[in-house]
Design a protein around this ligand. Sequence first.
Ligand code: ATP
Ligand code: MG
Length: 423
Amino acid sequence: MRYSILFGKAKKTAPHDAESINAKLLSQGGFIHQMMAGVYSYLPLGLRVLNKIKDVVREEMDVIGGQELLMPALQPKELWDETGRWEKLSDIMYQFESRGKQLGLGTTHEEPVVEIARHYISSYKDLPLALYQIQDKFRNEPRAKSGLLRGREFSMKDLYTFHESEDDLKDYYDKAVEAYKKIFERCGLDAIVTEASGGEFTKEFSHEFQVVTANGEDTIYFCPACSWCQNKEIAKVMKGDKCPECGKKIEEHRSIEVGNIFKLGTRYSKDMKLQYADVDGKKKDVVMGCYGIGPSRVMGAVVEVHNDKDGIIWPKEIAPYYVQIVTLGAKDESINSEIMSAGSNLYDQLDNTGIEVLWDDRDDASAGEKLKDADLLGMPLRILISEKTLKDNSVEWKFRSEKKPAIVNVRDVFEKIEAWVKE
Ligand code: ATP
Ligand code: MG
């Protein structure tokens, strides 16, 4: 993509009402645009990141046998009355009447997925089953001031699994933990598996995936020696206490919950009559699990963790583009066109090979502006071509995560980039 034609260019300053780091950097960089508190549009650059995160999630869901479907956001009250949650969730759920019918926008999808499943599951032969979707959820969050971290409309991957027994659920749950670890690692996040309240219906823990960062809304107690971790909301320990697992001192950290998985047991299948016939033909309640990740919150969390005073530092796998070429203009017309054609050659070579590249080819931006914007946008690798580098038949090679650039011969740069992309 040529930056001169890209829609959503970087701005000189962040919007004054952007309070969090992710909202500031993503808005200023032209990744997202706020419509109202907690509701954002994704501009072309931002959508590329969101889609890459969703792709990572999809790949890892497919590894653990997830089948993707898509359920509606618009739902009838009667469905939620079956579990008593129309009333229970009335604070957070957008509920309204239209043409005499009570409707709600999905905050989560246990009720809709069980409604579908009860039309398809009848025998033990139909189990186990893992269904997931990636869909926008709506929640009337009281505080929506953290950019993508807490949206009123936000992206969620929600997986629901159906099993014959608690044992089978447990086996799957353990696999889901591993899949989640893989997802966050690929997105460049170090997520800590954290014990948290399992909700109102169970004494068992649920598990959250928490990313440590100063601006997180959650507080966790973490043992650096054995990785034991609990959310403060449930925890019986305090900062400086001994770890209940290994006896070492525990630490307190602020963090962001990027994922949460629960064993639901038969809570929903009982209320909604989701049953299967076992080998002997005996009817039993289906045992369920549910597993959420917020791709949009992940995007916000990545920015909160990977930034410096100049802007974003995207992890390679979810960066909008791997490479940003920056060509700096020269006063001399012929040198200028040499620089542009060197830029254009490398751009075409990369683009034709399928290596995602952004080229800042603007002729109405100064060198200072281009370098500042490249740092703000945060592509992992910046290739700079200027009068100075061309004189030595070279380009300047700089990783966004490193301070010092390297000098690479023009002849070698394409192959070097290709090798780095494959790493
Ligand atoms: P929180 O406690 O932060 O409000 P939650 O526990 O209610 O979140 P879940 O229902 O477990 O959230 O949702 C699953 C995942 O969806 C969360 O782990 C998070 O990644 C994401 N998520 C939840 N609420 C929001 C939101 N308002 N904005 C963005 N992502 C969200
Ligand atoms: Mg949660």
